[in-house]
Design a protein around this ligand. Sequence first.
Ligand SMILES: Nc1nc2c(ncn2[C@@H]2O[C@H](COP(=O)(O)OP(=O)(O)OP(=O)(O)O)[C@@H](O)[C@H]2O)c(=O)[nH]1
Ligand SMILES: C=C(OP(=O)(O)O)C(=O)O
Length: 229
Amino acid sequence: METGSPYGRMPAIAVVLAVKELANAKTRLTDAVPDREKLVLAMFADTVDAVRAAGVEHVVVVSPDADVAAWARHHRLIHISDAERDSSLNAAFALGADAARTTDRQLVSIVLLQADIPAVRPAEFAAAIAAARPYPRAVVADRDGTGTTMLVRQAHITEDSSFGPGSAAAHRNAGAVDLDPLGQNWPGLRTDVDTLADLAAAAELGVGEHTSKWIQARRSAVARARDAS
Ligand SMILES: Nc1nc2c(ncn2[C@@H]2O[C@H](COP(=O)(O)OP(=O)(O)OP(=O)(O)O)[C@@H](O)[C@H]2O)c(=O)[nH]1
Ligand SMILES: C=C(OP(=O)(O)O)C(=O)O
């Protein structure tokens, strides 16, 4: 059957991503790069593109931001706003997971995925999903091993996630199996971008087309910022 993805379809999976109001996002990059908001949107777009290229049908985006919402609607994603709430990343993920359960009662797994992993490859994502399949909860840590880029849980699990500082250990303590404890696999999936060094690491791996265009257009400004840091 033609599925449009070499990885087949992932009908029983929903992926939830959360993005802050763009004006408040990636504040650690404020002095380091121009057009930070466009970078956040580009990294989000590349992350979504990889997930969809891996065959995921249900993508839920939780964001209070109008530009993120417009992008999500244009690409036929499910969009939920957490604008009027006392929000946090974990609350946003809980909201998105609820929406995913409502959308498809047959869901097997819900994937909470960071929206700032522009070097993730569809093949890495698909391999991590396959590796997670035997477990009720599974985690992929970020490249320094302390944070989480992906938490996969069986769809009926509704407990709060523990994203934030030290989240990889917190998710392991909550029963998630670490899918890559030595950090040997899936470098793109593990490289979330919060700093200029992260952006350089992602660029080295090869980022998706949106982030690549952003970098091309601002190459000299980014290089100057790197030299100054
Ligand atoms: N929808 C939503 N997304 C959030 C919220 N808090 C954080 N996020 C998103 O979750 C991811 C990680 O967030 P943080 O590490 O707290 O912040 P950041 O914007 O990445 O970076 P800094 O401002 O430099 O801390 C980013 O994709 C954020 O946009 C929230 O309250 N609501
Ligand atoms: C929220 C997290 O990461 P960061 O702050 O690096 O985006 C996390 O790793 O749980």
